[in-house]
Design a protein around this ligand. Structure first.
Ligand code: GLC
Length: 440
């Protein structure tokens, strides 16, 4: 039983907090230059040059069923695909702009292929939709816009009507929630409200927040079309989930409701190598241990995690992404019981440094993740007399423990009792060995 109250929200997060682990997929025209999804604005790429990516967009190796099979094998229970990123290019057949996949050499609705394939594999379906749009004629030329340094930027910006753009978003979100069956998550990205202390790059000139997006209206529309859908908070109105990035357990965000103290539901998103879109030359790929560490410590902190894949412009996952997904597949095959349906452990339980605890939602199973615990045994407090049985999760081999051991500080003062679980030498070669404890 979770030892804390989770704040109730409009969307249905019951499956979400059970499933814990998903795949993020960033795919778009930026996959052709292959050096980050913000490339258009980072390099002030001209409209004419960027159009060449549109003209050559033809992911001939794209097989959404293969994407889905790899996600499922990795233990991922849901996925979120970019339907439109900041570049404004739409991966779906939309009647509100010609800047969509149907008019590229590929000519097929990638969102449709994704939905059909992932639904067929039993995964929940999420859509990422960028609030920012560097292609739309009514989106202002602000300080994040690729045209901001053009000589005629001011002229380009004249007459742009944010209200028309807000309506465009409502129209497209209606298409996305109407034409593709039941959608489980809608993931907006992102607001940059003016704040005097915000870093310069966040200022962007011309704040973009709930007022500019007309978020109240947008969210009311969404709730009318898909009442149970899970919405994130990036349209600057808290909804169902907080979405910290590239953090494990975001202490800075204080993930509790300020008035009631109830725990907020949150999901951390991470990348294999730093960039969300395919980045050919990025060398900062995470090690297998880091990949497992991120997932374990996120769930041990009470959160979900989505790990991002950026397909190449050919439409498939590159070898590095495949290898990283294989790390998850191998570890989750034997250890997923310590992730699915688990949450942070009862705070009365303590564990040696470098080890982390997850606990089943019904409270009956406790998992000790040895991650960075270098000792031949692991210390646990608050568990004397409470263990019915213990085993190494990966091979189900019984483990023994000694309990009611006295604990003293280095000055010889008695501190209380603890128990130790004796570990086989084999654990030191394993990637996050897990002890499964059945509580009385
Ligand atoms: C950041 C990145 C954006 C990415 C998002 C994923 O906002 O700027 O490119 O899509 O994170 O959460």
């Amino acid at each position: 039983m979770s030892t804390y109250v989770r704040k109730k929200t409009p969307g249905d997060t019951s499956w979400f907090v059970r499933d814990r682990f998903g795949m993020f997929i960033h795919f778009g025209l930026y996959s052709l230059p292959a050096r980050h999804e913000w490339i258009k604005t980072r390099e002030y790429i001209s409209e004419e040059k960027y159009q060449s990516y549109f003209n050559h967009f033809n992911p001939d190796l794209l097989d959404a069923r293969e994407w889905a099979r790899k996600a499922k094998a990795a233990g991922m229970k849901y996925a979120i695909l970019t339907t439109k990123h900041h570049e404004g290019f739409c991966l779906f057949d939309t009647k509100y702009t010609d800047y969509n996949v149907m008019n590229t050499p590929y000519g097929k609705d990638i969102v449709r292929e994704y939905v059909d394939a992932f639904r067929a594999e039993g995964l929940k379906i999420g859509f990422y939709y960028s609030l920012i749009d560097w292609h739309h004629p009514d989106f202002p030329i602000d300080k994040a816009h690729p045209r901001r340094k053009d000589a005629n930027a001011a002229e380009l910006d004249r007459g742009r009507d944010m209200k028309k753009y807000a309506q465009y978003m409502r129209d497209q979100v209606t298409e996305l929630l109407t034409n593709y069956g039941k959608i489980d998550i809608l993931y907006f990205d992102f607001s940059y409200p003016a704040h005097p202390d915000a870093p310069a790059w966040m200022q962007f000139g011309g704040a973009k927040g709930k007022e500019q997006w007309e978020s109240e209206k947008l969210i009311a529309l969404i709730r009318s079309l898909a009442p149970d859908i899970i919405l994130n908070d990036r349209a600057q109105i808290p909804q169902d989930i907080c979405t910290p990035e590239q953090e494990i357990s975001p202490k800075m965000m204080n993930l509790v409701d300020k008035e009631t103290g109830e725990a907020l539901t949150w999901e951390a998103c991470h990348t294999f190598s730093g960039s969300w879109g395919y980045n050919r030359d990025e060398t900062s790929w995470k090690t297998p241990k880091t990949l497992i560490d991120l997932l374990v410590r996120t769930v041990a902190s009470g959160g979900n995690m989505i790990m991002n894949v950026g397909p190449t412009s050919r439409g498939d996952f590159d070898d590095r992404a495949d290898e990283a997904l294989q790390v998850y597949a191998k570890w989750m095959k034997r250890n997923s019981r310590s992730i699915y349906g688990c949450d942070r452990a009862d705070p009365e339980f303590g564990v040696s440094d470098g080890a982390y605890l997850t606990q089943s939602a019904d409270g009956k199973r406790l998992y000790v993740h040895l991650l960075d615990c270098p000792h031949a045994s692991v210390k646990l407090t608050g568990l004397d007399g409470k263990i019915d049985y213990a085993q190494l999760l990966s091979d189900g081999s019984e483990l023994t423990w000694k309990e009611n051991l006295s604990y003293y500080d280095s000055a010889g003062n008695y501190l209380g009792t603890y128990l130790t679980v004796n570990l086989p030498g084999t654990v030191f070669k394993m990637l996050d060995p897990v002890i499964e404890i059945f509580l009385k």
